[in-house]
Design a protein around this ligand. Structure first.
Ligand code: RP5
Length: 175
């Protein structure tokens, strides 16, 4: 794979099962990416180094996942002008997920973090690809194909439900 364009980081190895969805999407789309563990609270200096050096290494978007008092995405966003996508994670130290969501979502003016849904790492991967796709035609083409596939799956389901329903009755439009 060529030089990574997306940097995926998370506060702990325990976040990996959730963050795997972002990694998987980028792998499927053949978008070069790197993955690491960077903790805002346990390795603050590593976090500063990562955020400050990311652009120099060719990273164009950062996806950062964390749970509980989830300061990693916001702090990384405070240290770089690269776009940062935050993934709130319902971790073992999270009360109910809201702590992670609000820690990442409620950023002060001037320091945005594009926050996806709780455990929404797949959308973070897709959004990272879409940011790259704004200027990269090859990636844009792959994303168009992906979205077309989504549309076709819904149309297929609609057709099945309209024609057969779940009790075998015709229940759709015009029935
Ligand atoms: C956060 O604390 C991490 O991002 C993780 O979601 C959570 C729990 O970490 P571990 O105690 O499992 O390492 O900083």
């Amino acid at each position: 794979m060529s030089k990574p364009q997306v940097g995926i980081i998370m506060g702990s190895k325990s976040d990996l099962p959730v963050m795997q969805e972002a990694i998987k999407f980028l792998e499927e789309q053949e978008i070069p990416h790197e993955v690491s563990i960077v903790s805002a609270h346990r390795t603050p200096h590593r976090m500063v180094k990562y955020a400050e050096e990311a652009r120099k290494r060719g990273i164009k978007v950062i996806v950062a996942g964390a749970g509980g008092a989830a300061h990693l995405p916001g702090m990384v966003a405070s240290l770089t002008s690269l776009p940062v996508i935050g993934v709130p994670i319902k971790s073992s130290n999270s009360i109910d997920g809201w702590d992670s969501v609000l820690s990442i979502l409620q950023m002060p003016g001037g320091v945005p973090v594009a926050t996806v849904a709780l455990d929404g790492a797949k959308n973070a991967g897709i959004l990272a690809a879409q940011i790259l796709g704004a200027t990269d035609k090859v990636i844009a083409k792959k994303l168009d194909a992906y979205k077309k596939e989504l549309k076709e799956k819904v149309e297929e389901s609609a057709e099945q439900v309209e024609n057969y329903g779940y009790r075998g009755n015709k229940i759709g439009f015009g029935s």
